[in-house]
Design a protein around this ligand. Sequence first.
Ligand code: SAM
Ligand code: DTB
Ligand code: SF4
Length: 335
Amino acid sequence: MLESVIDIRGLDGSERAKVAAREEAPQRWSVDDIVGLFELPFSDLMHRAQTVHRENFDPNGVQVSTLLSIKTGGCSEDCGYCPQAARYHTDVEKQDLMQLEEVLEAARAAKENGASRFCMGAAWRSPKQRDLEPVLKMIQEVKAMGLETCATLGMLKEGQAEQLKDAGLDYYNHNLDTAPEYYGDVITTRTYQDRLDTLERVREQDINVCCGGIIGMGESRNQRAGLLAQLANMERPPESVPINLLTQVEGTPLYGIDELDPFEFVRTIAAARITMPQSFVRLSAGRQSMHEGIQALCFLAGANSIFYGEKLLTTGNPEAVADKQLFGKLGIHPL
Ligand code: SAM
Ligand code: DTB
Ligand code: SF4
């Protein structure tokens, strides 16, 4: 291989590390390779993640998205983590599809607060054509405000991704959630393959893919690595990879499960950064319960995107002022 004949004698430490990281990077990540990353001493893992991060991104820039739940609750699916599933008894109040003007008002506020992307989420298994049409209008108008647009509406049928593309959609979020072998323990009303099919439809239309998962659902380390292997080995890895820490909501089956050690979450972010060097890795749900120090470690591990604003879809997120202060303390600037 060409890289193996590079003479590293004249390089300084960080340059040598870059060459080493390039040489080590396999084309395809096996689950065992990724478990190997998780097993590294914490400092070594962080160093590798930082090296990869600095080769590919401005290390102090973080992309900022704001989420809005445009249709809430009453969902027919059985995702074991989700407060919006109709079958679980949670405090979420069902709300029909929002009116265009209300959505635009929220998008305007998000833009004023510094968000560059506006993500609209709907608690649907899959959008019906009569539901999709008003959403297409929302996408067109939000885009016209100069914001990037993202939507997460469930599974897409033939032709729906094309309509979203024509409306100006920049990103479609659809998560794999966990490793294939743990998936059936969490969701039974749709398959892993259904998710891959939707992602394929999004890709075919050249819409950017936002796809990640949830950590802390009782999965093993092997399964965390298995989720990352699925993402990293895609023909084109997702442009955006949300790593959510499970937000436990009373009434959902996963409520009360053992909490994940925060360092394991940081390790997952670092492994995502190393295996998907050019993707934005989003430190997604779970920040409200996370100490600032752990969030700082996540940024150090290569997370470079967050959700900003007091609410995610139905659960809380840190106060905007607190995030501004954190960015200030860490010298991070929004992208
Ligand atoms: N209904 C659509 C779907 O499932 O694709 C879109 C909305 S759904 C709420 C979007 C994603 O939010 C889920 O795939 C899941 O990864 C994440 N999510 C939902 N509830 C969560 C929770 N309690 N903690 C962390 N992430 C969660
Ligand atoms: C993603 O991966 N995380 C966001 C977004 N995509 C849609 C959603 C997190 C939801 C957390 C639970 C809630 O607020 O209902
Ligand atoms: Fe419905 Fe999406 Fe929640 Fe699953 S994650 S129950 S599909 S809203």
